[in-house]
Ligand binder design. Structure first.
Ligand SMILES: Nc1ncnc2c1ncn2[C@@H]1O[C@H](COP(=O)(O)OP(=O)(O)O)[C@@H](O)[C@H]1O
Ligand SMILES: [Mg+2]
Length: 303
């Protein structure tokens, strides 16, 4: 969505990242908002797990944002290379991510676009959360998530309320944290499918897989913490990220009853959702149209 450069700041002598709105999108109000949001948010937050703003301004009327360069690897690549992580490592990582998210929530910012593509992991294992373009802030509540959905990319981490076009809140980020935790522990996201629509449908109606049944070596306690984050109704999730962290620190007293709740009967998608079925129908319609046209042409031809 933006042009991003690695640059060298001659004043401070450090590597930085320069982010400017993509030229193609410069006249688009939604993108302008998105960039303003990111400037505003980044300049006010200060936490080891959050991208560090170093300043912003305008050059020839083009706004720009400078952040500290993070020498790290996208969490997406880490997951792709390593697959399922041992519980201890996954927990340590998700704890640092959640700590950063708890911090932004305490500053009345909701990220709303948490996914492994937007998190870099440094060599010493520190996650850094990027990309506050979809963030919700107290002072800027105009743009709803629905306006920006087309630019949001993968629906794999989107909470049901976001899919329904609602604005979302802290518990929306918790849903994404739960999805990433699930993925770190098992190497795959809880809901998947051939198309964006199928994945969205799964988030809205699919049965939540029980992680301790899906993946060997996962305790019911960890599975219950993940399931609590992934409840379809935000009211059934943790009230905030601190409550999630508290459960992670006190696994012995985690409420396991949630594991029964999350596993309803899978509502299978009707067969007309399948791409193959649609292709066959469209092909048949074209065939019929050709036959009809041919017959019509014959009928019109001079006898
Ligand atoms: N501070 C940074 N340090 C290192 N790489 C960065 C930094 N900011 C962004 N990047 C790289 O640029 C990519 C896109 O940045 P992001 O902020 O997610 O923009 P977009 O809105 O285009 O998704 C990131 O996935 C990351 O690889
Ligand atoms: Mg991004």
């Amino acid at each position: 969505m933006a042009d991003i450069y690695r640059a060298y700041d001659m004043m401070s002598g450090q590597d930085v990242v320069l982010k400017i709105p993509n030229r193609m999108l410069i006249g688009d109000p939604a993108q302008f908002e998105r960039f303003q949001r990111e400037l505003e948010v980044t300049n006010t937050l200060n936490h080891p797990s959050i991208q560090k703003g170093l300043g912003s301004g305008q050059y020839n009327r083009t706004p720009y944002l400078v952040t500290a360069f993070v020498d790290g690897k996208p969490l997406r690549d880490v997951v792709a290379e390593q697959g399922a992580m041992p519980t201890e490592r996954a927990t340590a990582l998700i704890r640092k991510i959640a700590d950063g998210i708890a911090y932004i929530h305490e500053h009345e910012v909701v990220h709303r676009d948490l996914k492994p593509e937007n998190i870099l992991i440094t060599a010493d294992g520190q996650p850094v959360i990027l990309d506050f373009g979809l963030a919700l802030t107290k002072s800027a509540r105009r743009v709803t998530y629905a306006n920006l959905t087309p630019s949001a990319g993968t629906p794999d981490y989107m909470a049901p309320e976001q899919i329904e076009g609602q604005r979302g809140d802290e518990r929306t980020d918790l849903y994404a944290i739960g999805t990433m935790f699930y993925e770190l522990l098992s190497g795959r996201t809880p809901f998947s499918g051939d198309s964006v629509q199928v994945v969205m449908q799964q988030h809205l109606q699919g049965a939540l897989p029980r992680l301790d049944h899906e993946q060997p070596g996962i305790s019911p306690q960890i599975a219950a913490v993940v399931a609590r984050c992934l409840q379809r109704d935000p009211a059934d999730r943790y009230a905030d990220v601190r409550a999630f962290l508290h459960d992670l620190d006190n696994l012995d007293s985690v409420d396991l009853s949630i594991l029964e709740k999350g596993t309803g009967v899978q509502t299978a998608l009707p067969f007309w959702y399948s791409p193959t079925f649609r292709t066959v129908v469209v092909s048949l319609l074209i065939l019929v149209a050709i036959v009809v046209l041919a017959l019509a042409a014959q009928g019109l031809a001079p006898k």
